[in-house]
Write a protein that binds this ligand. Sequence first.
Ligand code: THU
Length: 125
Amino acid sequence: MDTSELIEEAKKAAGNAYAPYSNFKVGAAVLACGKIFTGCNIENSSYGLSICAERVGIFKAVSDGCRNIERIAVYAKKMPYPCGACLQVMAEFCEDDCEIIVTDGEKVERYKLFELLPKRFKLEK
Ligand code: THU
């Protein structure tokens, strides 16, 4: 699965974003089990109920039984660096060196999860 396909899917998913409050439309594409799960941000008039594109995509993968997330692309017109809450959710389902690609359609930046969230909270099992 090449990066450009993942980015293209993230871009397409941004078209489904429901963001009437922020007007900031985000799309994510999550590669898990060799398949792509897309997500967009979905806002709510009770603002705190809004959810980011990354978490929608990750939860779609996990609810389909794919917990092994290999790579994530996130697209918005301005660079959509994942928020702390999404990074923590990534820490639950991604390896520390999982690749996170952030793009505004022009710039493409690639990070590893450990670079964006150097100290990750994990409960000892
Ligand atoms: N948002 C995302 O979906 N992903 C990000 O990486 C950054 C922020 C959303 C949340 C909210 O709907 C809007 O962008 C503005 O914060």
